[in-house]
Design a protein around this ligand. Structure first.
Ligand SMILES: *Cc1c(COP(=O)(O)O)cnc(C)c1O
Length: 333
């Protein structure tokens, strides 16, 4: 698989492999099954996260095209925007971020880090899908810059190659320990992580179920599944294999979207507090808190066998804990 991946330019941004650990205290608390965790929150780029792997290939493409500026967009607390700002700084590129909403009085969490990392911030008010990005790119070109537009969430086929690579990395770690997993679970939002893992897990023969836990409520899950299938097949084509995937290859659990994107409820609050107290591991309010909350629910429903080994992919996001402080604290016992 590496010979195929090596054909794509890649810029080192993080520290890989990320640790593969087990969560014995959580498993004991739950009464099984065995749970492993892949620590992509420790990917090493400015507080880490899953966008680092995608950006290695996206930045590879940007530098290959001799671009000098990155533009991307997202929410004010976007982990993707923060890691893009860091990737730009680490390679001497300018970075422009188009963020939804208005500037808060005091920047917190990821937004604070975006500013420390020197990103130029454009507030887009009610427009939340990066509608202004083409106009900003045009202006930058007029000013003699060469911008590279990083797709929303880093989720193009190029970005998803980072997770094809990640699956191969996990295979090596599991083989070295003579371990196998039955299921991998993770937060799924813009789809690059899931598309890459579907292709990568298949190609690396991980022989496990790849389950995305849907984060966003905004679009229908049917539309998301279709979008994901398209991205998966674009990733397979770019990676350089003939195989094409079918709707049966896409497993999405869409029951845990709660009150929508970025809204912390009891499920997220419980999962975040539980992981912190049983394992000393910090999840995040938007993605991994929700995905872990979903995993806990699936275990409770008896969806797994006692001898299954689950792998939870920790995709990062802890910098957003701070701006969500008020929604996260459980009453003192
Ligand atoms: C972006 C993000 C995800 C979702 O990954 P996608 O590839 O967009 O589906 C999950 N967790 C965290 C912490 C993220 O920042």
């Amino acid at each position: 698989m590496h010979t195929l991946l090596d054909q794509h330019p890649r810029t080192t941004l993080g520290f890989f492999p990320t640790p593969l650990t087990s969560l014995p205290r959580l498993s004991e608390y739950l009464g099984g099954p065995r749970i492993l965790m892949k620590r992509d929150d420790q990917s090493g780029l400015a507080l880490g996260g899953n966008k680092t792997r995608k950006l290695e290939y996206l930045l590879g493409a940007a530098l290959d095209q001799e671009c000098d500026t990155l533009i991307t967009g997202g929410a004010a607390q976007s982990n993707h925007c923060r890691q893009t700002a860091a990737a730009a700084a680490a390679n001497g590129l300018d970075c422009h971020l188009v963020l939804g909403g208005e500037a808060p009085a005091t920047p917190q969490g990821n937004l604070l880090l975006d500013q420390l990392l020197g990103a130029h911030i454009h507030w887009s008010g009610a427009l939340r899908k990066g509608e202004q990005i083409p106009a900003i790119a045009e202006q930058l070109r007029a000013d003699g810059k060469k911008p590279y537009i990083v797709p929303y969430g880093g989720s193009s086929a190029t970005g998803a190659l980072g997770y094809v690579h990640a699956a191969a990395e996990l295979k090596t770690q599991l083989s070295n320990r003579e371990q196998q997993i039955s299921h991998m679970l993770f937060a799924s939002s813009s789809g690059g992580t899931q598309a890459g893992l579907i292709v990568g897990a298949h190609q690396a023969e991980l022989n496990c179920q790849v389950i995305g836990i849907r984060i966003d409520k905004e679009e229908t899950s049917h539309a998301y599944a279709e979008q994901l299938l398209t991205l998966t097949n674009e990733t397979a084509a770019l990676f350089g294999i003939e195989h094409r995937y079918s709707p049966d290859d896409i497993t999405l659990e869409a029951r845990f979207t709660g009150d929508g994107y970025g809204v912390v409820g009891e499920r997220e609050r419980h999962a975040i507090n539980l992981l912190a107290r049983t394992e000393g591991i910090l999840l995040d309010p938007v993605y991994t808190g929700r995905a872990m909350g979903g995993l806990l629910q699936l275990i409770e429903e008896g969806c797994f066998e006692p001898d299954d080994t689950l792998l939870f992919w920790h995709t990062g996001g802890a910098p957003a804990l701070f701006p969500y402080a008020e929604s996260l604290i459980e009453p003192q016992r």
